[in-house]
Design a protein around this ligand. Structure first.
Ligand SMILES: CC1=C(CCC(=O)O)c2cc3nc(cc4[nH]c(cc5[nH]c(cc1n2)c(C)c5CCC(=O)O)c(CCC(=O)O)c4C)C(CCC(=O)O)=C3C
Ligand SMILES: [Fe+2]
Length: 364
């Protein structure tokens, strides 16, 4: 009797695919509403905020750049795998828009994939940055059924030397666009996605004391600033949603630009360290809102690129893979808690990054 065929492209360590798992974004005006409903289901985001955000997407023709950027990242990772002689097919799945993780995992199963590594496009711990991706993994496996492929999520990469190098390269390019005089007085400002303060308090295993997300963001910012020889910098937040009475991480980047102006700063370099690619929250909140505020105040604002397109970022993804396939050393630049690596959507630790209670909207 013929044996079961070996999985396609087996690699040492037994993984036969890599899944890039991301957020997803609309690809046309008619996608915008259903996409936003997927994102905010059960999360207590007020409808007024959704109307606002829908306008941001419609301003760009209803197309978020995120899916195209992820497809480019996949092409870069495929090229890097090939360069290193590693044969591993790469799949693409999302939480909130097509290709949805459930459909991709069904395809992987049909292709004979038995176990895969998962690269999430978030460097961070926390509910939104880590645990929700575990939930996506568990949901996709449940949808596929009993013999769904095993999925091992790769770890947080906020302090990986190749991530920091990619952020630093983008910063150097931004500084290169300034005159010497502008450079001398420029304030370096890092931004990441705001989350409710309660979510940040719940980030990490309880014994660590919380705030794993904001501490990782601060540490990645410090490392990137250090890599370009700038000591003074700020860490601020962007893209908050939720009802105004719920506290979120602050200050907001636009408010911060105003505060810097009031303090006499004339030039700002903004680095979206919190995001892997120039997706909608970057091009709207930074390139539109923060840029307009700076222009109104007569300030110079340059926005650094994101880490994703840097060749060293794809190299990092492959190195994270090799931690599991060829015992590559786990390279890190900090000792802040890093986790995220579990099988089949199991949380990183008991009580780690528990979802916090969402405000329920009163019936009207
Ligand atoms: C920590 C974090 C990351 C970084 C980690 C990671 O990258 O995963 C991130 C990424 C992203 N967030 C994105 C878009 C949105 N986030 C929203 C809402 C929310 N994000 C939150 C947090 C985060 N978000 C939270 C706590 C909410 C409130 C609702 C909830 O508790 O879930 C909403 C709803 C409308 C609004 O209120 O803005 C949208 C449309 C896009 C895609 C952009 C595109 O389409 O190009 C990306 C990459
Ligand atoms: Fe978000």
């Amino acid at each position: 009797m013929p044996e079961t065929p070996a999985p396609k492209s087996p690699v040492p360590g037994g993984f036969d695919a890599l899944l890039l798992l991301s957020f997803g974004g609309p690809e046309g005006p008619e996608d915008v509403r259903p996409f936003l409903e997927n994102v905010t289901r059960g999360r207590g985001v007020p409808p007024e905020r959704l109307d606002d955000v829908a306008q941001h997407y419609l301003h760009f023709g209803g197309v978020s750049p995120i899916n195209a950027l992820n497809r480019q990242l996949i092409a870069d990772v495929e090229a890097e795998l090939e360069r290193q002689g590693i044969s591993l097919p790469v799949y693409f799945g999302n939480r909130n828009w097509h290709p949805m993780a459930e459909a991709t995992l069904a395809q992987m199963h049909a292709d004979g994939v038995r176990s895969a590594l998962v690269f999430p496009t978030s460097a961070w711990g926390g509910y939104s940055g880590c645990r929700q991706y575990h939930e996506d993994i568990a949901r996709a496996r449940e949808a596929v059924g009993a013999d769904a492929p095993d999925l091992l999520k790769l770890r947080h990469f906020f302090d990986h030397p190749l991530f920091i190098a990619s952020v630093a390269d983008a910063l150097t390019a931004a500084y290169d666009g300034l005159t010497e005089q502008q450079r001398a007085g420029a304030r370096l400002v890092f931004t990441a996605h705001s989350v409710p303060e309660a979510a940040d308090r719940a980030a990490g295993p309880p014994e660590e004391g919380g705030h794993r997300y904001s501490r990782q963001v601060a540490e990645a910012s410090r490392l990137a600033a250090e890599a370009v020889g700038v000591v003074e910098h700020d860490v601020v937040w962007q893209s908050r949603s939720g009802p105004p009475q719920v506290p979120w991480l602050a200050p907001d980047v636009v408010d911060h630009v105003e505060a810097l102006h009031a303090a006499g700063t004339t030039t700002v370099v903004v680095c979206p360290v919190g995001f892997v690619s120039d997706h909608l929250e970057v091009v709207w909140d930074l390139d539109t809102e923060a840029a307009e505020k700076a222009a109104e105040l007569g300030m110079t604002l340059v926005r650094a690129g994101t880490a994703g397109p840097d060749p060293r970022f794809a190299e990092m993804v492959v190195e994270l893979v090799r931690e599991h396939t060829s015992a590559a050393p786990v390279r890190r630049l900090s000792d802040i808690g890093s986790a995220g690596c579990t099988l089949n959507g199991v949380p990183c630790a008991v009580g780690c990054c528990e979802p916090t209670k969402r405000p329920v909207r009163p019936a009207s």
